[in-house]
Design a protein around this ligand. Sequence first.
Ligand code: LLP
Length: 426
Amino acid sequence: MRIDSQSQISLEDVPVTVLAESYGTPVYVYEENRIRENFRRADAAFRKHYPDFRFFYAIKCCNNLAIANILRQEGAGIDAASVNEILLAKELGLGGEHVMFSGNFLSDDDIRQGLESGVIFNLDDASLLPRVLKHGKPEVLSFRINPGYGKSSLGDFVTNAGPKAKFGVHPDHVLAAYKAAKEAGITRFGAHMMPGSCMIEPEYFELITGLLMDIVGRVGRELGITFEFVDLGGGLGIPYRHGEPALDLDETAKRIAGVFRKKVAEYGLTPPRLMMEPARYFVGDAGYLIGRVHTIKDSYTRIIGTDVGMNTLARPAMYGAYHHIYVNGREHEARQPVGLCGQICENTDYWVKERPLPAGTAIGDLVVIENAGAYGYTMSYQYNGRLRPAEVLVNGARHWLIRERETFQDLIRTVRVPEHLRPAAG
Ligand code: LLP
């Protein structure tokens, strides 16, 4: 993103005014070069400290195939949370050991289709194993382990391990889980965890890697299992507030690799491939949401009404998450504390209550919401009959529509009205 001396904002080299005119608002826009830079920076840091390393992209955070293809080109595999995400990976030409299926609380249908797809099966609980075996034997099996501790800078909402999380195999059940899998004739194994999201402390990553490796090490030693890979999950954080520190990737990779190697040696394991499956780090800061100011109300306070709301970007209403907001053409102006909201009939859609924004913000202005690339579009919905926005990719001065804006037809396409309820024709 660039802002010129007149406060005109461009994403790569495309002015947001051009993007808004070409595609309407609200619109998600992704910078291709930023995604590539993010991936390369992270990949280089981890490979430097542990050469047998691979990233899988957790496609749940932004599932547009254009975006996922960028990460595929860079060398990422795919972490899939559902059968449909396995199918998305297939659209990218990826399957087998390039895809990890980490669903949770799966149905028998999920299990059957997951198994048939031939991807790495990552089980969220030991109780799933007999159900999987009813359908067949996965070529490579791993368990998602709850290492007993998890954390997120966003709070409990995205703390995915520890006693209060619904995810992963309880640490005391892990040995029995792998033992049962081995006895069932499975020969190729991995291990996985995903304890939290949006973390920036290198010590945290060192701690969780140590916790996981103590569990993995004991299982490997007691059962004589060779772990082909250990996947540390996602969680690489980005700063949402200006002035917040960024993740020190080199230090994080160094600490992870350090404790990983130490535990591998301590337990006498064959060194496994090290994997991670971040999402936010790759696309979070490469995505922006452009909206337009449509109404300004001077009530108890001034409220700026835009077409960006909890339906287009759910994070503020869902988690109290912070996103920086720019007003195109006005960033150099004096500021005044105002509210900002969307168009949904819920007061949670009044998601900025008092933030210093440019005092001259007027109807017709464009607002640009930062760090909207991850968990933005994929968590948008149609409440109040508001339709999902378009998605656009920019690279230099070029731009492409990568997902059409929904139309009214999309709202009713899957609906069926029984004969006796239909209004009389004519
Ligand atoms: N792997 C698994 C199994 C996951 O469940 C997730 C995210 C990731 C990887 C990627 O995590 P990341 O690198 O992005 O931290 N909606 C929330 C975030 C939920 C995270 C869910 N799992 C948000 O908007 O902040």
